[in-house]
Design a protein around this ligand. Structure first.
Ligand code: HMG
Length: 389
């Protein structure tokens, strides 16, 4: 029997707080329709002071370790662009919080929102070399833009953890992949800044060019006909972007369909992102969670993926949903995760936005706020101290 490889389990976590776009619109004077219909966003997750990419990553991965145990995992690949250290991988902190064995490697990957897909592809290569092993891939990010900027409405926070292995229970990942890289400055964050810099309209154009470029490589390498895919899961900096991407793909490929038909192939991937906002590396995989959790039956359905990371690198690939996948979903846990978030008002949001961790190397306790399974308890001599809640 031919060995298949892909995503065996998937779980996500998000932050303790949520800001609705209605609250944002009321304060900024922007007509709320621009957010709800114009960019397709209703709310965005906002991190509490005792949350960061490590606490969200560990919270996302915990249910996977509880279900499958740690023993087959020898590699943790953590993708983020909200890195907390120039040297130490956040994956090491996460491995420690999860109690993974010492005989494990943990590495952090970066290329804007794309690096989660790089992590997935590297994981597939590893399990192909040794199908007895599994790789824990974690995508985790907090998206932050300047107050008052156009990007402010496209913030968010989430982590998606995926167990990658042979004979997967959820999704078989197919070959080939279509790749695209272009050296452009559409969005970037120099090491000395906490908020990203972005040329919004240029980033939209760059995203659409990347759809075209990655698709071209995908077809030249013998990929599926575009009409074979049941659903299209795009990187979602805001959910309207996925629809723009899909319309562009339809134009480039001659994919026919009414506006409604084109929308229907994308909408099931957008339910979580609409209320979480941009979660950078996690965004497309949150789209996959939404698709699996919200579709009647996708057994054997081919799904298209378009992963984009500014700067830019993109990848187009396919996957097939595995029979019996519904028995492995975490739909009610995902719904509960979103419902647990506490709504905040505009004043509290601004306060959280402006807050930065002390940089003096002293001892600082961080008061308990999040109800998540893990929290950042304090800082000591430039070290982050984590604890279970
Ligand atoms: P903006 O420039 O203020 O918005 O910010 P706009 O004027 O372009 O309006 C947005 C849409 O709302 C338009 O629709 C308007 O017509 C509509 P479109 O023409 O695009 O279809 N609109 C309304 N609709 C209904 N009722 C109304 C109304 N008013 C206007 N009353 C922008 C938008 C996305 C540029 C901004 O939020 C931004 O800069 N965001 C950050 C950058 C971004 O998300 N770029 C996406 C592509 S790059 C990417 O995906 C990578 C990224 O994730 C980073 C990474 O890779 O690490 C960002």
């Amino acid at each position: 029997m031919t060995e298949t490889y892909g995503i065996h389990d998937l779980s996500f976590a998000t932050s303790h707080y949520v800001l609705t776009h209605q609250v944002l619109a009321d304060e900024t004077g922007v007509e709320v329709g621009k957010y709800h219909r114009g960019i397709g966003q209703d709310a965005m997750s906002i991190a509490a002071p005792d949350e960061d990419i490590v606490t969200m990553a560990a919270a996302a991965a915990r249910p996977i370790i509880d279900r499958h145990g740690p023993d087959d995992i020898r590699t943790v690949l953590l993708a983020t662009e909200t890195s907390i250290d120039q040297s130490k991988s956040a994956g090491v902190y996460v491995s420690s919080l999860l109690g993974l064995p010492a005989a494990t490697r943990a590495v952090e990957l970066k290329q804007a929102c794309y690096s989660g897909t790089a992590a997935l592809q590297f994981a597939l290569a590893l399990v192909h070399l040794d199908p007895s092993q599994r790789v824990l891939v974690i995508t985790t990010d907090i998206a932050k833009y300047e107050l008052g900027s156009a990007g402010e409405a496209t913030q968010g926070a989430a982590a998606v953890a995926m167990l990658v292995g042979a004979d997967p229970a959820l999704l078989r990942i197919e070959r080939p992949s279509g790749l695209y890289t272009a050296d452009i400055m559409d969005f970037w964050r120099p090491n000395y800044r906490t908020a990203a810099l972005v040329d919004g309209q240029a980033s939209i154009t760059a995203y659409l060019q990347a759809v075209e470029g990655a698709w071209k490589d995908y077809t030249e390498r013998g990929g599926r006909d575009v009409r074979e895919f049941t659903a299209f899961c795009y990187h979602q900096p805001f959910t309207k972007m996925a629809h723009k991407g899909h319309r562009h793909l339809a134009t480039c490929t001659g994919l026919e369909g009414s506006d409604e038909e084109l929308r229907a192939a994308v909408v099931p991937t957008t339910h979580y992102n609409r209320v979480v906002g941009n979660s950078y590396t996690a965004s497309m995989y949150l789209g996959l969670a939404s698709l699996l959790d919200h579709s009647a039956d996708l057994t054997d359905a081919p799904i298209a993926f378009f992963s984009y990371g500014s700067g830019c690198v993109a990848e187009f690939f396919g996957g097939t949903v595995v029979p019996g996948y519904r028995n492995h979903l975490r739909t009610s846990a995902h719904t509960a995760t979103l419902q647990r978030r506490r709504p905040i008002d505009f004043a509290r949001y601004r306060e959280l936005h402006d807050r930065e961790l002390p940089r003096d190397g002293g001892d600082h306790e961080i008061p308990r706020e999040t109800a998540a399974p893990y929290r950042l308890a304090g800082l000591s001599h430039h070290r982050r101290i984590y604890e279970s809640n």
